[in-house]
Write a protein that binds this ligand. Structure first.
Ligand SMILES: [Zn+2]
Length: 362
């Protein structure tokens, strides 16, 4: 008899995470301890439970701009080498304990320079932290591998510099590049020089698009910038028409994204908080999965959304009545979209993912 799909069982199943922000995933206790260590006085509370709730409530306001303000606190306590190593290490351990076997965790190095660290030192410290955390997780019985994605902040005009940083570190823990921050007013083509450089360097990148802003940002990311994946991308649903008789028509862009198998890094709980979707029931995840888009399940910001990869899968499973076949399919969608080389991907698929889901179904 197949194992029932419960949160506990999902936690034990191997999962792959493509879209998770390091500065959106700190443990509340760590925020408090790091703030104390550096004398940061601005935290709204120094009680762990109260602070955790404050992050969720502040992020719940319904606007992406307000949501991004919560990062002032996490970023403020991540300005020393020790703090960066600790945050990255705990991130790897928390994801591993949730059953994630491979994660691409992203962060913007330019946000961690205020304490005097240079960009290369920031990246080296975080790589060291991910390695430490992965080793600690393995000792605790959970094997994980973490690759980093370096984000450039769209509003800061440093995309080429950060893209060059990503390429410098690509054989040392960094697997790709992204642009993050406010979408509205900062279209992907503002960073065109960075994307051209990355393509010339045979380097990987994804682009946040179609979250706060609609189809034009997805169109630019795909057609002009040549992105390999789309961060969020849920607004691709705006290019899909459902007639009264239930028949579905895809616009040119939606058809291109689906037919080319361009991965969508969907993050449902985060979308509810920023107002990009109204509820799990109304989230386009179900429609996009049903139409054959390459959908993946992600957390975005675990602290602000109070979520884990497993809790996102659990909510999707109960909303859309997904079983292990679906959960495995979304996991395979994710592993086939990672920026790892083919040998490593294949090993994870054949040795870890497929046997585990076969056992859950047995
Ligand atoms: Zn994001």
């Amino acid at each position: 008899m197949s194992t029932p799909v419960t949160l506990e069982a999902i936690r034990r199943a191997p999962k792959v995470l493509l879209h998770d922000h390091l500065d959106g995933g700190l443990r509340p206790k760590t925020v408090i301890e790091l703030a104390e260590a550096v004398g940061y006085q601005e935290l709204p509370s120094t009680d762990e439970a109260t602070l955790a709730k404050w992050f969720r409530d502040a992020a719940d306001s319904g606007s992406l701009v307000r949501y991004l303000e919560t990062f002032a606190h996490t970023v403020a306590v991540m300005q020393t080498k020790d703090a960066l190593v600790r945050v990255a290490s705990e991130c790897a351990q928390d994801l591993a304990a949730d059953g994630v076997v491979y994660a691409e965790v992203r962060y913007a190095p330019e946000l961690f320079e205020a304490g005097g660290l240079k960009l290369d030192e920031v990246v080296s410290a975080l790589t060291e932290g991910f390695e430490q955390g992965s080793a600690a997780a393995e000792s605790a019985g959970h094997r994980i591998r973490v690759g980093a994605l370096l984000c450039a902040m769209r509003q800061n005009d440093r995309a080429l510099e950060i893209a060059e940083l990503a390429v410098r570190h690509r054989d040392a823990g960094v697997v790709g590049f992204d642009i993050a921050g406010p979408e509205d007013g900062f279209p992907p083509t503002r960073c065109q020089a960075a994307f051209d450089y990355l393509r010339d360097s045979n380097a990987h990148f994804t682009i946040h698009a179609g979250e706060a802003y609609g189809l034009p940002s997805i169109q630019e990311a795909v057609a002009r910038c040549g992105t390999e994946r789309i961060g969020h991308g849920l607004r691709i649903a705006d290019d899909i028409t459902v007639a009264e008789d239930g028949s579905v028509t895809l616009g040119r862009l939606a058809a291109y994204v689906r037919d080319r198998g361009i991965p969508l890094e969907l993050c449902p709980s985060s979308n509810l908080q920023t107002g990009a979707a109204e509820s799990f029931e109304k989230h386009p995840f179900g429609q996009l999965a049903g139409l054959g888009f390459r959908v993946t399940v992600n957390t975005d910001n675990r602290l602000m959304s109070g979520c884990t990869v497993s809790s996102e899968f659990d909510k999707l499973a109960s909303t859309f009545d997904y079983g292990w076949d679906d959960i495995e399919r979304f996991t395979l969608n994710a592993i086939e979209s990672v920026f790892l080389d083919l040998d490593e991907r294949t090993a994870l698929i054949e040795d870890v993912i497929k046997p585990a889901y076969a056992a859950l179904r047995a």
